[in-house]
Ligand binder design. Structure first.
Ligand SMILES: *[C@@H]1O[C@H](CO)[C@@H](O)[C@H](O)[C@H]1NC(C)=O
Length: 207
């Protein structure tokens, strides 16, 4: 059983994803690379901070906890070598659930944003010219947005990236929920040579 090592590897993957999601969310505040000085001209879903809070800040805590799991002291609590490790794995389930919520939030916000399309200036006023993702398959409709320039590729690329990255985070956190459950039930046999210890302990008590 390698539950501690697996958690560490999950943590290492979650950190860069959290950074990239935060960056994508920040870039969305500059539609088409432009600085917009009216907050209402920025797509609503950008203000939901799915990438910065959900997949960013909320993800840092579980990632750090997972990273630390391998180094937890697992020897000698209540006469059971693996119970410290088990408690750590149990705690990681709670953090994995927090990560699952954060990434799930970002995933849903990104899906809604992709479906609804961006706010843009249609030549006379600022509005959401698309609905139900109809612009995704019909690029002729993109002409409805006169400015900001390149708003559609910008919106599509960044929200698609957020959708994919938060989707990966959801999967990784779900893996850690299962991994944490296994670790809680089984302990972590490879840690501090616990297996050898508990065998000695068993034979000792049997005598
Ligand atoms: C694409 O959108 C344009 C502009 O709204 C519309 O005239 C055209 O019929 C649409 N094409 C398809 C295949 O839906």
């Amino acid at each position: 059983m390698c539950s501690g090592g697996c958690a560490k590897c999950l943590g290492t993957t979650l950190i860069p994803l959290a950074v990239l999601c935060t960056l994508a969310n920040i870039l969305l505040f500059f539609p088409g690379g432009e600085v917009i000085n009216n907050n209402s001209h920025i797509t609503n879903e950008v203000w939901y901070f799915g990438g910065m809070l959900g997949s960013g800040v909320l993800m840092i805590f579980p990632a750090l906890v997972f990273l630390g799991l391998k180094n937890n002291d697992c020897c000698g609590c209540c006469g059971n070598e693996s119970c410290g490790k088990r408690f750590a794995m149990f705690t990681s389930i709670i953090f994995a659930a927090v990560g699952l919520l954060g990434a799930g939030y970002c995933f849903i916000v990104s899906a809604v944003a992709l479906n609804r399309g961006p706010i843009c200036n249609d030549g006379s006023k600022w509005r959401y010219p698309f609905e139900n993702g109809n612009y995704l398959s019909n690029t002729t409709m993109w002409a409805l947005c006169k400015s900001p320039e390149n708003i559609l590729p910008w919106h599509l690329t960044l929200f698609s990236l957020l959708l994919i990255m938060s989707g990966i985070q959801v999967v990784l956190c779900a893996i850690q929920v299962v991994n944490g459950l296994i670790g809680t039930i089984c302990g972590d046999c490879t840690c501090c040579g616990c297996c050898g210890h508990s065998q000695n302990y068993d034979t000792h008590t049997r005598k």
